[in-house]
Design a protein around this ligand. Sequence first.
Ligand SMILES: Cc1ncc(COP(=O)(O)O)c(C=O)c1O
Length: 167
Amino acid sequence: MASGGVDWKAIREDFLILRERAHGHPLIYFDSAATSQKPQAVLDALRNYYEHNNANVHRGLHELSSRATEAYETSRQHVAKYIGAATADEIIFTRGTTEGINLVAQAWGGKFLRAGDVILLTEMEHHRTWCHGNCWLRARAYGYVSCRCATMARWPSRSSRLCSRRT
Ligand SMILES: Cc1ncc(COP(=O)(O)O)c(C=O)c1O
């Protein structure tokens, strides 16, 4: 058992891909925001799904579709419980970060953003965030919403000056 009561070795062993070597060294993987590695339980669940249940979710009348829908909704409940959501209805699955941000921009932004509002980002944001926060919102939807960028180094001191009631 390692630091903080977390058994990191056991967690690492759940990810078979971490037995790979890269350039002759044990693999250490840092690109999780782009593609996350999957532990054995996830690989098993995926395999089981495709071998036994694969079908349209919410859109079929046959047995496999019912099973797929039930599995999908059950996982929504598991995620809700895991992150402490009030109900499973709060959980929306998307294909990735870009789609998630896009959804927030269109759904939340479409309802609440007003002319003169400011979106505050840091220079650390991934270009996809910039794309949605800056290009998409400004060019297509809310001609008046401006984006400001604060450098991380100055973030604590500048953020209060950059923030207004419209941020
Ligand atoms: C740091 C970071 N944020 C966001 C994204 C975009 O993620 P997605 O491909 O899930 O839309 C990536 C993709 O490479 C990323 O590396």
